[in-house]
Design a protein. Structure first.
Length: 214
């Protein structure tokens, strides 16, 4: 069930919005000022916020700006409720981070449609965020796998050390060295063409060096 937060100092608007949205199956919390609205948003992470523009204390623009600057609320869809409908006012709202507007007096069908659209965008943002986290986990696992392939440092008969710095893109660069016999050692450098998934399957041998004891 999606959570929706209503912020409006007009009790009649709160009751109207709450009744309409609850009939649509949403969980609705209503508060009457900006400070309490921000506190509720931080505590409950609503999927969507409907906030009045003109309120005593923090107005809707200030609430919107603070909500949008909270990384934990980055996917919350923010709708400004307003009787201001000039282009200049809309620009101010968009600059503050608002995602959509509902003009007073509230038309129920428009409200329902804008809420549905906002929730679809919220869910899409959440899905994208989940995919990003999954990709970051996979990159970390890939980096650990490559790290496990690297040879241990060598101190005799000469010193070899290495430093592994993972790329933020998939690749396949690697190297290795070992003794062929008591007299000769082999150094292998592996490289990939570019980055990304294709590069991980296009590993090719870049260089082979053989050293012998003098």
């Amino acid at each position: 069930m999606f959570k929706i937060l209503v912020i409006d100092d007009d009790l009649s608007i709160q009751i109207l919005l709450k009744r309409i949205l609850q009939k649509q199956g949403y969980e609705v919390v209503a508060v009457n000022n900006g400070e309490e609205g921000i506190a509720q948003a931080v505590a409950h992470h609503p999927a969507l916020i409907i906030c009045d523009w003109i309120m005593p204390g923090l107005n809707g623009l200030e609430v919107c700006h603070r909500i949008k600057n909270d990384p934990n609320l980055s996917t919350t869809f923010f709708i400004l409720l307003t009787s201001l409908d000039s282009v200049a006012d809309r620009v101010k709202g968009l600059d503050a981070g608002a995602d959509d507007f509902i003009t007073k007096p509230i038309e129920q069908h428009e409200l329902k449609a804008r809420v549905r659209a906002g929730l679809r965008l919220h869910q899409a943002s959440r899905d994208l965020q989940t995919q990003k986290l999954l990709l970051e986990e996979q990159l970390t696992e890939a980096a650990e796998y490559v790290r496990s392939l690297l040879p241990e440092p060598m101190s005799q008969p000469f010193t070899i050390n290495s430093r592994f710095i993972p790329s933020r893109q998939l690749g396949g660069d690697c190297f290795d060295y070992y003794w062929l016999d008591n007299e000769a050692s082999l150094f292998i450098l592996l490289d990939t063409a570019g980055h990304g998934l294709k590069a991980t399957s296009l590993l090719f041998l870049s260089s082979i060096f053989t050293f012998t004891r003098s």
